[in-house]
Design a binder for this molecule. Structure first.
Ligand SMILES: [Fe+2]
Ligand SMILES: [Fe+2]
Length: 369
């Protein structure tokens, strides 16, 4: 992967590519660590290596057999369905947001790849190593496929560079389970919701990559299944009082981050014919329904304080961004005030009463949307 946003003059749109490359330092976009950008994680690999999957052995073996059969082996290749995109005809604001969407998706996929690969490399437990090997394989394909799409636009993320340059956030294994389980299931819900929407409205399909989302999201679904089973190996992980509070925290953080991030891409969603409020609520609903397989608590996304809280958080984050760009003492003060508002909005969302449930004895689900 040696395409550090270099102009590609060998194409018919050489000039456009040069212009895009100047406008988007995609590797820098992907390397930046903010509250909202996809992160890279590291964890206590030895502790993860000690997991014993005996309590979920039957369901585990079925899942691993399915991953081993590699149903998407041939899927991530451009076919005749990959229609060519006229990037030069695209309004600049849309182009910027589409590229931002692709870069952030590529970073998220690749961040999974790096974490899973590291787990496989450091582990000795055959069950764990086999699982992480298959998941790293899938995420590498996903990231590579998106990067191919970016390269067509004359930009791409330098993944090798990213591995070294990106800051890694340390999470204890249980936090990795909560965060990664959620991001896999939310990834599934996002991809399938876009796919179904564009299936009904193909005139809004602004990029061919969306045609690949159905099989793609099944990979994410299986990855989520693996983390659900891992969490089931130890009842404390989802059953203890403290861990329920942590699950609630991760649900609130992941959902509200997605809301803020999506609402920053107005042109992109307009072009897709997607109402962002509808889309996000739909993704939360699907994710929450799926997460009943393992989480004993569920956020009440129909609560009267839910949407207003998300909107307050979005406004506060926008103001934080503005203040940061303003700089100076005024900017610093404005940033502090806006951060406090964001924190208060987050606390408000966190404190909305949750729904409690007892997850079923059988963990495994099949993708059904
Ligand atoms: Fe993926
Ligand atoms: Fe995944």
């Amino acid at each position: 992967m040696n395409a550090h946003a270099q102009p590609q003059h060998d194409t018919t749109h050489g000039e456009l590519h040069a212009e895009l490359s100047d406008a988007f330092d995609t590797t820098a976009m992907a390397t930046e660590t903010t509250l909202l950008n996809p992160r890279f994680y590291t964890t206590d690999f030895d502790e993860m290596d000690r997991i014993d999957v005996t309590p979920v052995r039957a369901e585990w073996d079925r899942l691993i057999a399915q991953m081993k059969s590699d149903p998407n082996r041939g899927h991530f290749k451009k076919t005749a369905d990959w229609d060519s995109i006229d990037w030069s005809a695209m309004p600049p604001a849309l182009r910027a947001e589409l590229i931002d969407f692709l870069v952030s998706s590529c970073t998220a996929e690749f961040s999974g790849c790096v974490l899973y690969k590291e787990m496989k490399r450091r582990g000795n437990n055959p069950d764990i190593c086999e699982l992480f090997n298959y998941m790293a394989r899938d995420e590498a394909r996903h990231a590579g496929f998106i990067n191919d799409a970016l390269r067509e636009a004359g930009v791409a993320v330098n993944l090798g560079f990213l591995t070294k340059a990106k800051k890694y956030t340390y999470f204890r294994p249980k936090f990795i389970y909560y965060a990664t389980y959620l991001s896999e299931k939310i990834g599934y819900a996002r991809y399938i919701t876009i796919y179904r929407h564009l299936e009904a409205h193909p005139e809004h399909r602004i990029h061919p990559i969306f045609k690949w989302f159905r099989e793609w999201c099944n990979d994410e679904f299986s990855h989520g299944e693996a983390f659900a089973l891992l969490m089931r190996t130890d009842p404390k992980l989802t059953g203890s009082f403290t861990n329920k509070l942590w699950i609630r925290f991760f649900l609130t953080a992941v959902y509200s981050t997605m809301w803020v991030r999506d609402h920053a891409r107005v042109e992109f969603h307009k072009a897709l014919g997607i109402d962002i409020d509808w889309y996000d609520q739909e993704v939360f609903r699907k994710t929450s329904t799926i997460a009943r397989q393992v989480f004993p608590v569920e956020l009440d996304i129909d609560h009267p304080r839910w949407l207003p809280g998300l909107r307050r958080m979005d406004e506060a984050m926008r103001d934080m961004d503005k203040a940061k760009r303003q700089g100076g003492l005024g900017g610093w003060l404005a940033h502090k005030t806006a951060s406090l508002r964001a924190l208060r909005a987050f606390a408000g969302l966190y404190l909305i009463p949750v729904k409690h449930q007892i997850p079923p004895a059988q963990v495994r689900l099949e993708p059904s949307y």
